[in-house]
Design a protein around this ligand. Structure first.
Ligand code: FBP
Length: 358
């Protein structure tokens, strides 16, 4: 006869409690509240998790599914060739928020203007900003890719649909994170109370808490940058790369997917760089969909995110698809890169003064 009074042994109790720590529960635990706002944010994060599961399912079977891989033949607002997986993933994020009453507006790297879900407006005061597939160049060769997301509260009525209220600094974000589609699918997020990682348990179909309160090491051996652009960079960035080449203890890692490189740095430390180039001083990465959400996360984990001369979180975009140079990761490593930029700048200023004195 089973004795239900008999408590589970500690290990079983721990495993059960862990397996019950889903994302939606964790958000409520973080907020210490069951208020309407807390329930909304918890429900919102659950919808993002659903989007992650749907995209992960497509990616894991992509080689077997008709029309899942390859290009669409179209170009997006970024001027990039659009992959079929970009279109699928972009639509998934829209679909999971339909009939939700949560998100009135979705702004994506793949769409020129925000997408409105009329049935959620004006009730839904949240805006989701997202990069549906980060690392698109990896999709067709089965290497890791990701999705990046950020949540902001809508300011004002946005009558003209131009979403001018989104052209604000990164401190306006109330939550941000990414989903990494790798050997396992992971979701890493923050609502301003530390950074936490969840692993998708396919047997449960649930994201389960796997690392809590992640702290990025203050320094790490990894530098992550596309050295193929070396001759297009400004001198200070070249100086930094020459420095890591000449000093012991540094190793290069670059996956071609920002999310994958940031995930490594979050746990092992180091720095990721996508600097501006002579031709494109603003760099490649999009502020609202890539740089600001990851800056929010990395700062919450004790790291730093910079353009080289300004904190990413303080940058104010002048349009929805504004790009910024991005240097983020361990505090000491980002500050080292910044010091190379500041040194060159000081030398240039001193040179100018000397020249003017003749
Ligand atoms: P997408 O969002 O279009 O994939 O672009 C971003 C990205 O793929 C990052 O994930 C990655 O770090 C970078 O661009 C790779 O760019 P490059 O091929 O120029 O090194």
């Amino acid at each position: 006869m089973v004795d239900f009074e008999q408590p589970l042994n500690l290990e079983h109790e721990y495993l059960l409690d862990r397996d019950c720590t889903t994302l939606s529960r964790h958000v409520l635990q973080q907020l210490h509240s069951f208020s309407a706002d807390a329930q909304d944010l918890s429900a919102l994060m659950s919808r993002i998790a659903l989007a992650g599961k749907l995209i992960a399912r497509r990616l894991t079977r992509a080689g077997l599914v008709e029309d899942a891989l390859g290009f669409t033949g179209r170009t997006n607002v970024q001027g990039e060739s659009v992959k079929k997986m970009d279109v699928f993933a972009n639509q998934v994020f829209i679909s999971v928020f339909e009939q939700s009453g949560l998100v009135c507006r979705l702004a994506s790297e793949e769409m020129e203007k925000p997408y409105y879900i009329p049935e959620n407006c004006p009730l839904g005061r949240y805006t989701l900003l997202y990069d549906p597939i980060d690392g698109s160049s990896n999709v067709d060769i089965n290497l890791n890719v990701g999705s990046i997301f950020s949540i902001r509260r809508q300011q004002g009525e946005d009558q003209d649909g131009m979403a001018a209220d989104l052209l604000r600094h990164g401190h306006d974000q109330i939550a941000a994170g990414y989903i990494l589609y790798g050997p396992s699918t992971m979701l890493v997020y923050s609502i301003g109370k530390g950074v936490h990682a969840f692993t998708l348990d396919p047997s449960l179909g649930e994201f389960i808490l796997s690392s809590e309160n992640i702290q990025i090491p203050t320094h790490g051996p990894v530098y992550s940058v596309n050295e193929g652009n070396f001759w297009q960079w400004s001198e200070p960035i070249r100086d930094y790369i020459r420095y890591v080449h000449r000093h012991e203890g540094y190793t290069a890692r670059y996956s071609g997917a920002l999310v994958g490189d940031i995930h490594r740095i979050l746990f092992q430390g180091g720095v990721f760089l996508y600097p501006g180039t002579v031709k494109k001083p603003e760099g490649k990465l999009r502020l609202l969909y890539e740089s600001a959400p990851l800056a929010y996360l990395v700062e919450q984990a004790g790291g730093k995110a910079s353009t080289g001369t300004q904190d990413i979180m303080d940058v104010i975009p002048d349009h929805l698809h504004t790009r910024t140079p991005l240097i983020l990761g361990s505090r000491e490593d980002v500050e080292l890169v910044e010091s190379f930029i500041a040194d060159r700048r000081r030398q240039t200023e001193e040179q100018t003064v000397l020249t003017s004195k003749g």
